[in-house]
Design a protein around this ligand. Structure first.
Ligand code: CP3
Length: 343
């Protein structure tokens, strides 16, 4: 189906656009009271993820309410470990927990390589969302990067140090590679399913990229991200490696279209390193707590720094749940009003 507003897709391909497109990581979520209403009527987060009609509804909310130029399918990166055989629980106000973790080859052997159909509920949600969007804006599919998924499967939860998962890279590199390969194969199956179900582009979230030294990032993360980018060649791909400023040079020849920048990364340096890739980001999410004047100033400053380079505006990480939605809207409107030509 023809997409009416395809600015994000054209910017991702490095084509000329009339204005910079914009969407936000974590736009489908707690910043919106309409999301919280749906969410509070359910037993928990997983019920929302696993009910396609409701997942489609909250995916479309930010398109209608905030006016973003893309939707991102409502799900979580942790559905992959679950499809491989490791159940997760989402604990209210705390985050995800895995009651069982992976520590050995025996544990890895018990896991499956996930097939796309193991995650039928997300594929159904994508199909439904595409129907309901009716070509208004593109739909972004996503998955976690293998290293980030690995760290949850080994730690069992988020961590300040990631010392268990990082330790394994030194003490058991062979086992580490076995698990990373199994996650990668599962992720490729899942993302191919998302594209077949209608996802117009894909984003890989490497949320814990910044925990690794450069050599480990190359060996245990980028190597697997590369496999995913090589396998998913039907739609544009964005790689967002949070905190990986030290690895940007190593990402130059990744077969992806767009590199996501966090707010610590230098826009000028990224433009120099990636002459042939689109850049996405990278306003500090905390700007959105400030006054409208400050939001406008910081947003226009960001736009002018990206000017001349293909750019998709976004924050440098997900929007924080207590951000006033009117400030999010002000950020989006500021970008839509701006007449800067970005490529
Ligand atoms: O709008 C969107 O971006 C799409 C939906 C989305 C969610 N999670 C929904 C969600 C996406 C793309 C994710 C990705 C995700 N999940 C990442 C990578 C991106 C990042 O932020 O670095 C990670 C690390 C996770 C794992 C995860 N899920 C954590 C650590 C948490 C708890 C922290 C928190 O924000 O509460 C979640 C829960 C989660 N995933 C929520 C949402 C809307 C909040 C739970 C709720 O509504 O009850």
């Amino acid at each position: 189906m023809q997409i009416k507003n395809d600015l994000v897709l054209r910017a991702a391909r490095g084509e000329k656009v009339e204005r910079t497109p914009v969407w936000l990581m974590r736009q489908a979520g707690r910043i919106l009271k309409e999301y919280r209403e749906v969410r509070n009527s359910l037993s928990g987060f997983k019920e929302l993820v696993e009910t396609p009609e409701l997942a489609a509804e909250v995916t479309i909310q930010p398109v209608d309410i905030l006016g973003v130029d893309a939707a991102i399918i409502f799900s979580d990166i942790l559905v992959i470990p679950e499809a491989m055989g490791l159940q997760y629980e989402m604990i209210e106000k705390k985050g995800p927990i895995f009651p069982e973790t992976v520590q050995s080859t025996a544990d890895i052997n018990r896991l499956n390589v996930a097939e796309a159909n193991d995650l039928r509920y997300t594929l159904d949600a994508i199909e439904l969302t595409k129907k309901q969007l009716n070509g208004a804006v593109p739909l972004i599919g996503f998955a976690g990067a293998p290293w980030t998924i690995f760290s949850y499967m080994v730690e069992g939860h988020g961590s300040k140090t990631f010392s268990k998962s990082r330790r394994m890279l030194y003490t058991d590199p062979v086992v580490s590679h076995q698990l990373l390969q199994k996650i990668t194969d599962s992720t490729i199956n899942y993302l191919k399913g998302q594209v077949a179900a209608g996802a117009d582009m894909i984003q890989i979230f490497d949320s814990w990229a910044g925990m690794l030294p450069r050599e480990h990032y190359q060996e245990f993360s980028l190597r697997y991200i590369r496999q995913i980018c090589e396998a998913i060649d039907e739609v544009p791909i964005t790689v967002f490696a949070k905190g990986a400023f030290f690895a940007l040079e190593d990402m130059v020849d990744l077969p992806c279209n767009t590199i996501g920048l966090d707010w610590n990364m230098s826009i000028e340096e990224a433009k120099r390193i990636f002459p042939n890739k689109t850049l996405q980001g990278n306003l500090d999410p905390c700007v959105l707590y400030a006054t409208p004047e400050k939001i406008e100033e910081e947003t226009l400053n960001m736009l002018s720094r990206f000017n001349g380079h293909p750019h998709i505006a976004n924050l440098g990480h997900g929007v924080y749940p207590d951000t006033p939605p009117e400030n999010v809207k002000y950020f989006i409107d500021t970008i839509k009003k701006s007449q800067l030509i970005t490529s």
